[in-house]
Design a protein around this ligand. Structure first.
Ligand code: TNX
Length: 599
């Protein structure tokens, strides 16, 4: 059988040891040979002709394995977020052979294809995906969808205590001969595949083939999340980001087992989603942004592309239309929605709290119903976020009545209401979720809403806000909720954070990135990483695993992965980055922040 592989024409004596063109100064380097390793043969050892591409790859990889020192070992415990249970078995270390195939049953096929997509560029291996049930050679990588197989063993060990993997859990077994991922659902398989990716050497992030021994540490992981909702928010309203930037953010979320992407689609500075029944919202309201930039908006097809890409990565999109405040862009487009019925000037500054749709006009509720109706039809996920924050100019009673009508209109679409915690005083509607962004966990109004049935997504401003500066000299971001370094992002407990709110009312956690000062992809990544993995660990890992020194050390290895993949990140000084992670250029070295990447 022949497979197309990217380095089929590479001379075998010179297996590609390449660096990632997107990160030339930090890409993987050839490792020094150990003193007792045989010297590489001069010239080229060709196997008997005719060689297939797969044979060439095998010979090349065997040679690489013989010549290279083992990669800096990744340990089973190095995974972020920390697995619920991990039992290393040093006798079970596995090395990926060049002829490896991935076997999977039909329902998990998309996961196997993604795993292959992640591993092919750096390994250069063909990694065919084969049918679980069909004939074929034994594959060393197997993904199995099968309930009730999570028990680790019969010897009472710590991995065998919980047979229920649930909606998102998985079990990973690594032995000297094979790697098996088992889950009840495709989402569980996907999370298991992300874990496997992290257990391979960091060079696996290279976009081009690298000579490496593709080792995976032996042992067993049984893993499942602490909270069902784990997310991040991207504000595409203050600055607009195109579809490709959003897809890249989805990739970052999925890497760390986050399963929700909240898109803040509308604000004073721009309306970013086309609405057929109110076309001027995007066409007029979408052409502005903070600082006077050109803005932009998503067509229904753009939005569908984001939703579909996210769904394949088991990430649910949560769209937000911020009401009744933060609506200047809508009022520019449709003055009839404004309390004075005259269009305000477009707004490109960064103040909040001055705009609102007219709560006394029935036309406003037709607008709300139409917008949520169209958005619900485009959104397969269960949530619609109606905003509700900082409507400072709307009197409390009016505000409460508006929110109750808006909640009912969302519920009428069949979706579940999410809103910022300012909506707490409004009456309960089935299933509603408050997103809490306070900085002081003493919040009686929110606790009361929870007693009336609401659940909480926790986004405490002083821990989870990714637009807060890391330190006083961080070149972008805010500081109204304080400085949020990596330790502050990590050191809090969602289960006990808001007084009077029990852990079982906490649906999960979300890290919002507001973008008043964030203008491009590198700046998004700089603010996301390394804090997003901290939030991910709070949402996924059992509290018993919470340990700052251990987290800091695990996180350090991820810097090498990001650098290899060409992903920007903040070289936070409290993380012991390995020497191979190049230091960050100082902000002073970047005369034009809008163009020079941070990273
Ligand atoms: C508050 S948090 C806001 C946003 C700003 C953000 C800046 C929230 C629901 N509203 O409008 O962008 O602060 O940190």
């Amino acid at each position: 059988m022949t497979f197309a592989i990217s380095h089929a024409n590479t001379p075998l004596g010179a297996v590609a040891v390449s660096t990632n063109p997107t990160a030339p100064e930090t890409g993987p380097q050839p490792r020094p040979r150990p003193a007792d390793a045989p010297a590489p043969a001069p010239g080229v050892d060709l196997p008997a002709a005719p060689a297939t591409a797969a044979e060439l790859a095998r010979v090349a990889a065997d040679r690489a394995a013989g010549q290279l020192a083992p990669p800096a070992p990744v340990r089973l415990h190095d995974v972020v977020p920390a697995p619920a249970q991990a039992r290393p078995d040093p006798a079970g270390d596995f090395t990926l052979p060049p002829d490896a195939a991935i076997r999977v049953s039909a329902a998990g096929r998309h996961v196997a294809e993604q795993l292959a997509d992640w591993l092919r560029p750096a390994t250069g291996f063909p990694l065919p995906v084969t049918d679980h049930a069909g004939p074929g050679p034994d594959a060393p990588l197997t993904l199995t969808l099968s309930p009730a197989t999570a028990t680790a063993g019969t010897d009472g060990d710590d991995t065998g205590s919980d047979p229920a993997l649930g909606d998102e859990g998985y079990r990973l077994d690594v032995t000297a001969t094979d790697v098996r991922i088992t889950a009840d659902t495709p989402a569980g398989l996907f999370h298991g595949a992300q874990t496997l990716r992290q257990l391979l050497p960091p060079a696996i992030e290279s976009a081009t083939p690298v000579a490496e021994r593709w080792a995976v540490p032996g042992g067993t992981i049984v893993d499942r999340p602490r909270f069902p909702y784990r997310g991040a928010m991207l504000d595409v309203a203050r600055h607009f980001f195109g579809v490709d930037d959003v897809l890249r953010v989805v990739d970052h979320l999925a890497r760390y087992k986050l399963n929700h992407l909240h898109l803040h689609l509308t604000d004073d500075q721009g309306w970013r989603i086309a609405v057929d029944s109110w076309p001027r919202l995007a066409e007029v309201g979408g052409v502005t942004g903070v600082g006077g930039g050109p803005g932009g908006w998503y067509t229904p097809d753009d939005y569908r592309r984001i939703v579909a890409y996210a769904a394949r990565r088991h990430v649910t999109v949560v769209p937000e239309i911020d009401l009744p405040g933060h609506t200047n862009a809508a009022l520019v487009a449709y003055p009839e929605l404004a309390p004075g019925k005259t269009a305000p000037p477009p707004y490109t500054g960064t103040d909040v709290g001055f705009s609102y749709v007219d709560p006394a006009d029935e036309r406003t509720y037709a607008f709300v119903a139409d917008v949520f109706g169209e958005l619900a039809a485009l959104t397969p996920g269960p949530w619609l976020h109606l905003g509700g924050d900082e409507a400072f100019k709307v009197p409390a009673e009016r505000y409460r009545a508006f929110v109750e009508r808006a909640q009912a209109l969302v519920a009428a679409t069949g979706k579940t209401v999410v809103g910022w915690h300012q909506i707490a005083p409004a009456g309960h509607v089935d299933g509603r979720v408050l997103q809490w962004w306070g900085t002081n966990g003493d919040d009686p109004a929110t606790a009361d809403a929870v007693r009336r049935g609401a659940r909480l997504i926790l986004s405490p401003g002083n821990h989870a806000y990714l637009d807060m500066k890391y330190a006083a000299d961080t070149p972008i971001g805010h500081d109204w909720a304080g400085l949020v370094d990596v330790r502050r992002a990590y050191d809090w407990d969602p289960g006990t954070h808001v007084h009077g709110v029990p852990a079982d009312a906490v649906l999960g956690v979300e890290a919002p990135l507001w973008t008043e000062s964030v203008t491009n992809r590198a700046e998004i990544e700089f603010m996301l990483l390394p804090r997003l993995p901290a939030l991910a660990e709070l949402g996924w890992s059992p509290r018993a695993t919470h340990d700052w020194p251990a987290f800091r050390d695990r996180l350090a290895g991820h810097g090498v992965r990001w650098a290899t993949a060409g992903i920007a990140f903040h070289r936070a000084p409290e993380i012991p980055w390995p020497a191979t992670v190049a230091p960050q250029r100082r902000p002073a070295d970047r005369p034009d922040r809008d163009r020079a990447p941070l990273g």
